[in-house]
Design a protein around this ligand. Structure first.
Ligand SMILES: [Zn+2]
Ligand SMILES: [Zn+2]
Length: 114
């Protein structure tokens, strides 16, 4: 995953969030599926932090829910902005809603596409 991002970042495309809350990323170049288990998702518009995982108001969607909505309605607009392997941070950007997502990743997995 880290190598993919360094070598061919444009080949990575976000697919969805699976039932276990993992981010599924497909790499068209090496035909791998990368799974990222995310601990924390933070969404922000420009530089203003929006919400973390803990939100008191039930009405406001969590950052994770926002990201899921983005991936369901306009997956092509969501791109990987940065990948920090030292801090296990992944930055995503949604061009459609102009939102930035910062994800804290606990586990990186790679699977051969079946
Ligand atoms: Zn790759
Ligand atoms: Zn969006």
């Amino acid at each position: 995953m880290q190598q993919c991002f360094a070598v061919h970042p444009l080949c990575l495309s976000l697919k969805r969030i699976d039932e276990e809350g993992r981010l599924v990323i497909a790499c068209t170049s090496c035909r791998m599926m990368h799974l990222m288990t995310t601990d924390q998702v933070v969404a922000r518009v420009a530089a203003v932090p929006l919400s973390g995982e803990v939100t008191s108001a039930r009405a406001t969607p969590t950052a994770r829910e926002l990201l899921e909505t983005c991936l369901q309605t306009h997956p092509v607009a969501v791109t990987i902005r940065e990948l920090d392997v030292i801090r296990d941070n992944v930055g995503l950007r949604c061009g459609e809603c102009r939102r930035m997502f910062d994800l804290q990743v606990s586990v990186f997995e790679s699977h051969q596409k079946s």
